[in-house]
Design a protein around this ligand. Structure first.
Ligand code: C5P
Length: 232
């Protein structure tokens, strides 16, 4: 898979997501389904969006004991998604269990990427609540290397970290980056943002874009603008 724009479909019902996706009559965007939509509608929503011809990043961020994650991933592999994810904090045994569970009998599997430290975690909360005292940038890079060494395909990270992740983990290791805003857009609650063009320059493989597309007056035009800046 090459560079692409993934649209974060952060809706709470099938009705809302379908009225949004119905606007796209030409190109079918790569869609991210997160916890909100998945927990509201269940696995049927994944099958329905897939049947409409979209690629899917199922963003459920698994984190549990290796056996539980392995079995859960085996169920997700049957949903035929293109990318799914887990927390690197689950450590190598959990990551390896996830890969085993996700691999289908024919040897194929969806791409599997890791969340490192959530971008909502800062140095202070990491030290206070998790007792991790290394600099947070170094923790993120270490988690990325752990994920790569365990056999994962990439990480979710800030576009500001994508270049460094590629330096440490190799150009082939995927960086999937949220926190993208148009130069003339509203950052909302995202603190550290980058334009699609800047994310492309720094080497992001996929950008995840939600509200700049879903809340736009013309979502199809906003999506096309993202593609023009990031991919074309
Ligand atoms: O609307 P917005 O473009 O901010 O949406 C970004 C999407 O990426 C949301 O689904 C959000 O949960 C997700 N995300 C993020 N930052 C992370 C990880 C995921 O914004 N570090």
């Amino acid at each position: 898979m090459g560079k692409d724009v993934i649209v974060a479909c952060d809706f709470s019902s099938a009705e809302q997501v379908f009225s949004f996706l119905d606007r796209f009559t030409d190109k079918k965007p790569f869609v991210k389904i997160g916890m909100e939509l998945y927990y509201a509608e269940g696995p049927a929503i994944v099958r329905e969006i897939k049947a409409r011809g979209h690629k899917i990043f199922l963003d459920l961020k698994l984190h549990d004991i290796p056996n539980t994650v392995k079995k859960a991933m085996a169920v997700l592999s049957r949903l035929d998604v293109d990318i799914c994810n887990l927390h690197a904090a689950g450590t190598t045994a959990m990551i390896q269990g996830a890969l085993e569970g996700l691999t289908r009998p024919d040897g194929t599997r969806p791409l599997l990427i890791a969340v490192t430290q959530l971008t909502s975690t800062d140095q202070e909360s990491m030290e206070r609540d998790l007792l991790i005292h290394e600099p947070i940038d170094e923790v993120v890079m270490h988690y990325a290397e752990t994920a790569r060494n365990a056999g994962l395909d990439g990480v979710v990270c800030s576009p500001l970290e994508a270049g460094k992740v590629h330096d440490r983990c190799g150009r082939e290791f995927l960086t999937v980056t949220p926190g993208v805003r148009f130069a003339d857009g509203d950052a909302g609650d995202q603190k550290r943002v980058m334009t699609p063009a800047a994310a492309r320059e720094i080497g992001s493989d996929y950008i995840v874009v939600g509200r700049p597309i879903t809340a736009a007056a013309d979502p199809v035009a906003a999506y096309n603008r993202c593609v023009a800046e990031f991919v074309d």
